[in-house]
Ligand binder design. Structure first.
Ligand SMILES: [Zn+2]
Length: 342
């Protein structure tokens, strides 16, 4: 790890919430601490490198009224963090190429003339400017030239080379790079309150030190694990339905435990499988493969009206997850809905 001995106190505070990128952190920390914040920044870096997060740190730095910069105790710090600051304007792209349009630039031009509401500065964050057409960039250049002193512009892009030279030469370019694997893993484990930093480390390694990508990997890993679990529980319930044993059905439904999200997913899957069983029941072919057997059997054994009623009642029960039904009650009710009626 690089030494932070030479960093100013503001940079040290930034490094507590932004991983790695010592050079960028030090540069911005010094600007904020000295109160000399340029009126235009260009933050470049790969998707997931933290451009939006860093833009918000600069925005906070421009508005902050804490005893010392970025202590996090003032209203501006709080409102920027909660994304509700009236002087932080987000400009995003639209259309097929997701580019900031000339219309958006014109609207921003009017907006920039208005004095700040609460802070001393009004900060415009222009996200993902790589695809911004030259006409829109030229219109933006005009705002640059006539911008009142209360305005700070922060553009984010994959590479500053995608912007016109005229724009590039007017902004302070900040480059965000991948982070050191162990530092990144520590940051992620901390952010996600992970008991097991091993998987944070693996995700960080796989993403090549890209925090956003590592978080995405961890998220999709969790999501696919959850989907697998839901499928396993649902298949258990379907088998129990086929067996006709009420006790087994109760046991399989109880496998949902206290996991509310799992309960919702199981309800969704059950409805889907029962709908297929109903198709079988009315003589339509079930063209989908899994879980073929149980669905075929249920379809053969249950009248369509019963299945329709079960689907309705499962949907109602699923709604109750949102109004905080207790999970043991939820699991019991699900078993009762699915019991075979003679
Ligand atoms: Zn503050």
């Amino acid at each position: 790890m690089l030494s932070t001995v030479d960093s100013c106190p503001t940079a040290r505070r930034i490094s507590r919430e932004f991983c790695g990128n010592r050079e960028a952190v030090d540069a911005v920390g010094n600007m904020i601490e000295s109160g000399r914040i340029p009126h235009a920044f260009i933050i470049e870096g790969a998707d997931g490198s933290g451009k939006s997060t860093f833009a918000r740190i600069i925005a906070r730095g421009a508005m902050c009224s804490c005893r010392e910069p970025l202590l996090g105790e003032c209203e501006h710090c709080r409102k920027v963090r909660e994304n509700i600051h009236p002087d932080l304007m987000l400009v995003t792209g639209s259309g097929k190429i997701n580019a900031i349009s000339i219309e958006s630039v014109r609207a921003m031009r009017k907006d920039a003339m208005i004095a700040p509401n609460e802070a001393d500065k009004r900060v415009f964050v222009l996200e993902d400017c790589d695809n911004m057409l030259p006409a829109a960039q030229n219109a933006f250049l005009k705002i640059f030239e006539e911008a009142p002193p209360h305005v700070v512009f922060i553009m984010t892009c994959r590479s500053a080379m995608n912007l016109l030279t005229t724009i590039r030469s007017r902004g302070r370019i900040i480059t965000l790079n991948p982070v050191d694997i162990s530092e990144g893993a520590e940051y992620i484990a901390n952010e996600l309150h992970m008991a097991d930093p091993e998987s944070a480390s693996a995700a960080c390694l796989r993403s090549g030190g890209n925090i956003g990508e590592a978080l995405r990997l961890l998220g999709s890993e969790n999501a696919s694990q959850a989907a697998e679990k839901a499928d396993e529980v649902t298949r258990g319930i379907l088998e129990a339905m086929c067996s006709g044993s009420e006790l087994e059905l109760a046991v399989k439904c109880a496998a949902i435990g206290k996991d509310r999200a799992l309960g919702g997913m199981v309800c969704g899957l059950l409805c889907e499988y029962l709908r297929r069983a109903m198709m079988v029941s009315i003589g339509a072919q079930d063209t989908l493969e899994s879980p073929g057997q149980e669905v075929m059997r249920l379809g053969a054994e249950l009248p369509a009206e019963t299945v329709i009623e079960q689907i309705d009642r499962i949907n109602e029960l699923s709604e109750m997850l949102r109004i905080n039904i207790s999970m043991p009650l939820f699991n019991t009710r699900l078993a009762i809905i699915l019991q075979r009626r003679k």
